[in-house]
Write a protein that binds this ligand. Structure first.
Ligand SMILES: Nc1ncnc2c1ncn2[C@@H]1O[C@H](COP(=O)(O)OP(=O)(O)OP(=O)(O)O)[C@@H](O)[C@H]1O
Ligand SMILES: [Mg+2]
Length: 256
């Protein structure tokens, strides 16, 4: 097995005449916490869409654990252990927090969770196990007190937490987080950062798209910068922060 967990080759995606993503070569290593930054419209979400199978590329290849996943469906990729969150949360408003988590755990389940479930034959046991997992996730996220609240009753920030919980319950090897801190109050943002850091410490590989540069600088081991679909910088946080191309990309758009 090669050193890289995710490998992107000559990846291109356009919308109309606009190049949303155009990346020659990009690798992500196991266990690394990488942030992907760049001005609005740089192609960050599209890159996630392509890697996780939610969009089909015009050109190029994507490998995960040395397996070519270029044409794989999102649910298959998730089952291989790569799980993503969305910039706009996709929690179910009419379900409680507990139900949202159990549903997420049952819908895809990567193989390690499935295997433990397979050993149990009765439906009741399966539900019990799912519920146990959901409670563990709520404990980790400190949202146990919201267990029976409907998702629609949660604040934007709490929905972000729940969205993260819905990914964690799938026991991912890789987490793709699209703006996990957006619209979250400073206190909750700090909590979320700590949770993300803990997940990374537990060995989960994390790719995080985030506009909060302070947060990015604080927890990232590596920062990748996109502008107009292309890779313009890639390196240690401090190095990237001082990169002239990066400074120009941000100033050029009036962003940040
Ligand atoms: N489904 C789509 N149809 C048409 N154009 C799209 C589509 N998705 C993205 N785009 C365009 O592709 C470009 C890249 O968009 P993308 O959402 O990947 O950027 P981003 O870096 O995630 O931006 P932001 O920081 O605002 O979330 C933008 O110009 C956007 O308008
Ligand atoms: Mg985006």
């Amino acid at each position: 097995m090669s050193n890289s967990l995710i490998r992107v080759n000559n990846l291109k995606k356009s919308f109309g005449g606009l190049k949303a993503v155009d990346i020659d070569d990009l690798n992500f290593k196991s266990n690394e916490l990488t942030s992907i930054i760049g001005p609005n419209g740089a192609g960050k979400t599209t890159l996630f869409d392509l890697i996780s199978g939610f969009q089909e590329e015009d050109n190029g290849e994507i490998f995960y654990k040395d397996k070519n996943i270029t044409k794989s469906q999102p649910y298959k990729i998730a089952r291989l252990g790569m799980v993503r969150t969305f910039q706009l949360t996709k929690v179910f408003d009419r379900m409680t927090v507990l139900e949202n988590l159990m549903f997420a755990g049952s819908s895809i389940s990567n193989d390690s969770l499935l295997q433990s479930i397979m050993k149990l034959s009765k439906q009741k046991k399966y539900e019990e196990l799912l519920q146990e997992e959901a409670i563990n996730v709520m404990k980790d996220l400190n949202i146990e007190q919201m267990s029976s609240s409907y998702a629609r009753e949660l604040s934007g920030g709490q929905k972000k937490l729940l969205e993260l919980g819905r990914s964690i319950i799938k026991k991912p090897d890789v987490l793709l987080l699209d703006e996990p801190l957006a619209g979250v109050n400073p206190k909750l943002a700090e909590d979320l950062l700590e949770i993300i850091q803990n997940l990374s410490n537990q060995g989960i590989t994390i790719l995080m798209v985030e506009h909060n540069i302070e947060a990015v600088m604080k927890i990232s081991e590596r920062v990748v910068v996109l502008a107009e679909g292309a890779l313009i910088a890639d390196g240690a946080p401090q190095e990237v922060r001082e990169n002239q191309k990066v400074i120009e990309a941000y100033l050029g758009t009036g962003d940040e």
